[in-house]
Design a binder for this molecule. Structure first.
Ligand SMILES: Nc1nc2c(c(=O)[nH]1)N[C@H]1C(S)=C(S)[C@@H](COP(=O)(O)OP(=O)(O)OC[C@H]3O[C@@H](n4cnc5c(=O)[nH]c(N)nc54)[C@H](O)[C@@H]3O)O[C@H]1N2
Ligand SMILES: Nc1nc2c(c(=O)[nH]1)N[C@H]1C(S)=C(S)[C@@H](COP(=O)(O)OP(=O)(O)OC[C@H]3O[C@@H](n4cnc5c(=O)[nH]c(N)nc54)[C@H](O)[C@@H]3O)O[C@H]1N2
Ligand SMILES: [Mo]
Length: 815
């Protein structure tokens, strides 16, 4: 326990600053751990141990649960209650469907994470103004009593829609540990304001229903062995699906064994481009829809498109398939041929001016893509995480339609690759048919709901289930999440809004590392890591292989940390809903229940003991490869899409109507919806860059060294993958910046200090500051941690109201 006097600054020392910090704050160091506290072996001891493989008490299966879209099994070797070594999977091979799911450097660095000095030791409560960094340690009794009484107060005063469970992906891979406990608690207590979309895929998720009738996967990447050509838009599996069980392994194996020609379209020469591409097309950020239009212009002019496919399966590519009531010349063909409202023909020269890709190259690309039969067209989520991402996503679907590649082996429907997964039962977030509250806002515009909730409407802010919110967000549960600050666009807007505690009145943050988001809690609770609790981990999927893993507790909860299930059970008791919440089960009994339920639907699924023995249960896709939209292709009448026409809607009548009803005001006045997947020049896009005082387009690719902000505080990860800004030699030279120089990256929202990585691997006029570094302002407000959200704008995208995390303009100078 620390006294208020000794706990005056924020307990957030990264290891780099830990010594300085603890010297400055004296007793506050008691809030966080040191390796020595825990009897964790120091580096010298570790090296000696690695040579000599000491005896261990147990080897326990668990997994890395961070949201990287792989899911790596880990074997934790435990001695005297301490994890002394982390070993990767060793149960598979290098064959498709049986991959050895080897963890990457992040996953293998769990010891540094478990025993990190940033671990939160005890519940704490803020003692000064919100965000001031003044804290005192409190007991669990006091913390839980306070939270329960705040929940009760907010519910009674404002109703359940004033409660908010914040987006967070830190333990995505878990099941009971997956953040399911808090939603279950809140639903048992009458519900909370819901959210749609996610930070990863908001724009493409919103685009899907209008064009395809709902979320669709493309073919699996393993199926690309049947392709004559593979084209990837903003897709980087080599960095964002790492590990031996990630798409990284599949892509490389398909490439090595089948030699499929591959084109990567990305402003950055990504690791995927480096490892498997024959051709790299550096496109300006946010302009893929223009590139697609230019290519389709060539296909139409040279009669290379698949007219038969467009006639049978699509609506609105041509005038004669437009829905009733659509204006004349509103088809995609009219848009391309310059007969639409803008009167501009979408020639390759037009597209070159926008995308930065030369017209001759666009012509050749169009011919290559149209004549390679079949062609696997996919997009990752980088091209859609933009101010105009909804239209970009739909444009890539349209390219797949124009070339007739949808629903066939070796083809692709322009969405992200599909995969097979085992249907493991999930820990129930609510009992019954649906959660008690059906009102939703976007996962991203919660900050508006804090600031002016009752002004938010369906047509202005995308409120669903109601025309207007009745109440703003008054209480937030922020669990497994750093999106309160670090991962949410424009840290300054967020901080200003949170600072006023008459708006959102109570914030609980639950994590095991003291992140920049913890700084803004009213109460912060210490969570266990998943290595300190029991779970059935659904596993993940890699192309046509799915797997599941047992998550066994390797060590006892460190310090005073508790599992989410324990915290929620104790709150449920205080709120008088314990029995409904727990259904009389302990966490271990829930796990047994999950096994039983899963074995009813998947008869060959192992028992708890069998899975513990096996470590990993793999299953191959019984259908061979995933072929996205196969049934629709085979028989569109018998298997219509869930669009109004049952077909692929390249012109969407619904969007057409919404384009006239939805309202864009204030700094969002320039936004719009379009019935067609047109290219839109947006705020801080490629066009604005030409005349802006901040002339560089800044994207924020997902980085190898961390999963978002997870692992970003660990010295070994930082050493292997330091934070730096990718900048082209032309742009660097013009600013007198050399490789490795310390630089300032800035715009009128903020300034970041980082180092320059001068490289021709990024297009001129574009820089990339990988997302996820920890926001660390110095005394002048310069973010020396290098967090890109210091520079990003808070501006929800037009249809999804989602996060445009790759759209911003900045400039750079030597520090
Ligand atoms: N190592 C690691 N793996 C991760 C994550 C991580 O942080 N680290 N995050 C995980 C999560 S939650 C997600 S959502 C996924 C994200 O997975 P992805 O969507 O694949 O990742 P991004 O890095 O956002 O974008 C992919 C590529 O798009 C490029 N790009 C950016 N803008 C544009 C554009 O306008 N057009 C085109 N054509 N390309 C563009 C970027 O340079 C990048 O190489 O990754 C997951 N995996
Ligand atoms: N500008 C920009 N911003 C972006 C992006 C971008 O491309 N550009 N990408 C966005 C995307 S795709 C995503 S998904 C988000 C990700 O943002 P977040 O979902 O916030 O993900 P992380 O940053 O990994 O933070 C997860 C936190 O969960 C904690 N955690 C892990 N396990 C547990 C546990 O068992 N219990 C508890 N209580 N806590 C745990 C970790 O310590 C970590 O602090 O970021 C988004 N932000
Ligand atoms: Mo994500």
């Amino acid at each position: 326990m620390v006294t208020p006097q000794s706990a005056t600054t924020r307990p957030r020392p990264s290891r780099r600053t830990f010594l300085k910090w603890s010297a400055a704050t004296g007793g506050a160091a008691a809030l966080v751990s040191t390796a020595a506290d825990l009897g964790m072996p120091g580096r010298a001891t570790q090296a000696a141990a690695a040579d000599g493989m000491p005896g261990v008490d147990a080897t326990v299966w668990n997994a890395c649960l961070a949201n990287c879209q792989s899911r790596c099994p880990l074997r934790l070797q435990v001695k005297d209650g301490t994890v002394v070594r982390v070993l990767p999977d060793s149960t598979g091979s290098d064959e498709f469907g049986d991959f050895n799911i080897r963890a990457c450097v992040r996953g293998r660095n769990q010891r540094e994470r478990i025993y990190s000095p940033d671990r939160i030791k005890t519940p704490v409560r803020r003692t000064g103004p919100r965000g001031s960094g003044q804290w005192e340690a409190i007991s669990w009794e006091e913390a839980l009593d306070t939270i329960a009484s705040q929940m009760r107060r907010v519910k009674e005063t404002y109703g359940n829609e004033a409660l908010w469970y914040h987006y967070g992906s830190g333990s995505t891979g878990g099941n009971i540990t997956k953040r399911g406990t808090w939603p279950r608690l809140l639903n048992t207590y009458g519900g909370y304001l819901g959210q749609y979309g996610d930070y990863s895929t908001a724009q493409i998720t919103a685009a899907f229903p209008y064009q395809y009738g709902g979320w669709m996967a493309s073919n699996s990447l393993e199926d690309a062995q049947n392709s004559r050509l593979q084209v990837m838009f903003g897709n980087n599996p080599l960095e964002t699906r790492m590990s031996g069980g990630g798409e990284l392994a599949v892509v490389q194996k398909v490439r090595a064994e089948f030699g499929v020609r591959t084109i990567v379209i990305d402003p950055r020469y990504s690791e995927t481009a480096l490892a498997v591409a024959d051709e790299w097309v550096p496109v300006r950020p946010g302009t893929d829809a223009a590139l697609v239009a230019g290519m389709i212009h060539v296909m139409l002019a040279e009669d290379l498109h698949d007219q038969a496919f467009l006639d049978r399966y699509c609506v609105g590519f041509d005038e004669d398939t437009l829905p009733e009531g659509a204006p004349e010349n509103s088809s995609y063909r009219s848009y391309i041929e310059g007969k639409g409202p803008d009167g501009v023909e979408k020639t390759p020269e037009w597209a070159a001016g926008i995308t930065g890709v030369p017209a001759a190259r666009i012509r050749q690309l169009a011919r290559d893509i149209a004549t390679a039969k079949p062609c696997a067209i996919t997009q990752g989520w980088g091209s859609q995480r933009h101010a105009n991402g909804e239209n970009v996503a739909r444009a890539v679907f349209t390219l797949a339609a124009a070339t007739g590649n949808i629903g066939i082996p070796g083809g692709g429907n322009g969405a992200r690759e599909g995969n097979y997964s085992i249907p493991v039962t999930s820990f129930p977030l609510f009992d019954g048919e649906a959660p008690p509250v059906s009102t939703q806002i976007s996962c991203f515009n919660w900050i508006d709901a804090i600031d002016h909730g009752p002004e938010m409407t369906a047509v202005k802010d995308g409120v669903r289930g109601k025309d207007r919110l009745d109440v703003g967000i008054k209480l937030m549960i922020v669990n497994s999440s750093n999106t309160l600050i670090n991962q949410h666009n424009d840290v300054h807007v967020t901080q200003e809004t949170l600072r006023d505690d008459t708006k959102c009145e109570f914030i609980v943050v639950i994590d095991h590392q003291w992140t920049p988001s913890c700084d803004w809690g009213d109460i912060v609770l210490p969570a266990t890591t998943n290595f300190e609790e029991n779970d059935l981990i659904p596993g993940a999927s890699c192309s046509d292989m799915g797997w599941s893993i047992i998550g066994d507790k390797a060590i006892e909860p460190l310090y005073e940390s508790k599992t989410g299930y324990e915290m929620c059970t104790e709150l449920a008791r205080r709120l008088g809903i314990e029995e409904e919440f727990t259904q009389g089960r302990t966490q271990e009994e829930w796990r047994t229940w999950l096994f039983e339920q899963t074995r009813e639907t998947v008869p060959d699924f192992p028992t708890e003991d069998e899975l513990r023995e096996m470590g990993v249960f793999r299953k191959k896709n019984p259908d061979g490869h995933v072929i996205g939209m196969k049934a629709f292709r085979e028989d569109p009448e018998a298997n219509p899409l869930a669009t109004p026409s049952g077909k692929i809607e390249i012109f969407s009548q619904q969007l057409y109507e919404m384009s006239q009803e939805w309202v864009f005001e204030g700094d969002r006045a320039g936004d719009r919806l379009t019935a067609l997947p047109e290219h839109l020049d947006t705020w801080e896009g490629a066009l604005e860059a030409r005349t802006s005082t901040f002339p560089l387009q800044c994207i924020a690719h997902h980085y190898k060294g961390r999963t978002h902000s997870s692992y970003a505080n660990l010295p070994r990860n930082l050493e292997a993958h330091p934070q730096m800004l990718w900048i082209n030699p032309q742009d660097a030279e013009a600013r007198g910046v050399a490789n490795g120089d310390t630089i300032l990256v800035f715009n009128d929202r903020g300034t970041v200090r980082t180092q320059a990585r001068v490289t021709p691997r990024i297009a001129p006029g574009v820089v990339s500051l990988p997302q996820g570094a920890w926001y660390t302002p110095d005394k002048d407000g310069v973010d020396v941690g290098g967090n890109v959200n210091t520079l990003m704008k808070y501006h929800p995208s037009p249809l999804a109201k989602g996060n445009p995390g790759h759209t911003a303009l900045v400039d750079v100078r030597k520090a």
